[in-house]
Ligand binder design. Structure first.
Ligand code: ZN
Length: 58
């Protein structure tokens, strides 16, 4: 379980992670797969951070 500092609780908490994937056209004939991970505090459910990663789509 991932733990991050929650500004709302003002302490380290377990995070709930939700993941979204989408395919985007970066430029013509160049598709990238974008994965967004959102981290929410498991205790107070406030949004803590999100991470976005991009990789070439096949
Ligand atoms: Zn919290």
């Amino acid at each position: 379980m991932l733990r991050e500092y929650c500004p709302s609780c003002q302490m380290l908490q377990n995070m709930n992670m939700s993941c979204f994937e989408s395919i985007e056209n970066e430029k013509e004939d160049c598709k990238v797969k974008v994965t967004v991970k959102n981290y929410q505090c498991a205790i107070c459910h406030s949004f803590v951070k999100s991470e976005e990663t991009k990789e070439p789509a096949k």
